[in-house]
Design a binder for this molecule. Structure first.
Ligand code: NAD
Length: 304
């Protein structure tokens, strides 16, 4: 069994901890915030309930141990997963602290959404053991993990991580170049940029956009991936449509005013009670459990 330390128990941490524990790992977790440490057990319990409905075998040995300091959390770990906010300076600081505490054989993974792993290796005493392990939100439901090697990652570290992801019963996606955003977020952000632009231009309203994407390409792509879709539609069709349409698509390099103006006003989405849509506290709970139920049902259907 691998002893794993998870650093950061915010949005992603509890779901990740629940998956690791259920797969039989000995898990210790740490968050700088006492509030997050206090909230984590309930969130982990909810995630474990979802894992049970997904049919994940329960190989748990022990409860996740939530520690009050980093040194205790990483003690004896064979793998440390850094899962703190997406800020380069903060991640470098946390990785430097971990570097001082663990032996050179300990693999250090980062759940960064898209900071190149090469940047996170800077200054580390053994950069060969640093690797990207990008989970997808919600981490206890979405079955892929991107495995990303930085310039100095030892091939054996990336291979070990891919095998480890399989041991969790998940699908490792080997990203071959350490590009910002890796693969999943590059595709997602290209889609999001176009969606925001269409709504901002008044081509469609947010409800209509979501219905179009979820019931159109979203539904289809979950069964036929984009590359297979090219073959299904015919490359000649893509060639003809792309030749007049590609130049019309949004190509802005900044974030659209549609998002920037809301962010500036504190309209951040579910976490602030409203962003593009509005939410009530009861409505949020219902929405979250409905989404979890639907994602579980779709995953089961796709697993066939
Ligand atoms: P979050 O802000 O919700 O949680 C991060 C947690 O780290 C917080 O609870 C915070 O208290 C804690 N923290 C901050 N500094 C710390 C320190 N020095 N030591 C220990 N704990 C510390 O962030 P999140 O959404 O869970 O994201 C974590 C990482 O996962 C980021 O790199 C993010 O880009 C990535 N990620 C996020 C998502 C997502 O949808 N939220 C999806 C995939 C990957």
């Amino acid at each position: 069994m691998t002893r794993v330390a998870l650093i950061g128990l915010g949005t992603m941490g509890p779901g990740i901890a629940a998956v690791l524990a259920r797969a039989g790992m000995t898990v210790a977790a740490f968050d700088l915030s006492p509030e997050q440490r206090a909230k984590a057990p309930q969130a982990m319990k909810m995630a474990a309930g979802v894992l049970a409905t997904l049919g994940m075998a329960d190989r748990s040995q022990a409860e996740v141990a939530i520690q009050e300091d980093l040194a205790t959390a990483v003690k004896g770990a064979g793998l440390v997963i850094e899962n703190v906010p997406e800020k380069l300076e903060l991640k470098l600081q946390v990785l430097a602290e971990i570097d001082k505490l663990v032996p050179k054989e300990c693999v250090i993974a980062s759940d960064t959404s898209g900071i190149p792993i090469t940047k996170l290796q800077a200054g580390n005493s053994a950069p060969g053991r640093i690797v990207g392990m990008h989970w997808s939100n919600p981490p206890h439901i979405i079955p892929i993990i991107e495995v990303v090697a930085g310039r100095e990652t030892a091939p054996a570290t990336a291979d070990w991580m891919a095998a480890f992801v399989k041991r969790l019963g998940l699908i490792p996606i080997r990203v071959k170049k350490d590009v910002p955003g890796f693969v999943e977020n590059r595709v997602l952000y290209a889609v999001m940029r176009e969606c925001c632009d269409l709504v901002e231009q008044g081509v469609i309203d947010p409800e209509g956009l979501d219905a179009c994407v979820s019931w159109g390409i979203g539904y289809k792509l979950s069964v036929v991936g984009p590359m297979a879709l090219l073959d299904m539609a015919g490359l000649d069709i893509y060639q003809s449509v792309g030749s007049y349409l590609n130049k019309e698509l949004c190509a802005r390099g900044d974030v659209s005013p549609y998002v920037t103006q809301r962010t500036a006003k504190g309209q951040l989405g579910i976490k602030s009670g409203g962003g593009i849509f509005s939410y009530t506290p009861d409505g949020i709970k219902e929405l979250q459990s409905q989404r979890a139920r639907r994602l579980v049902a779709v995953r089961k259907a796709l697993e066939g």
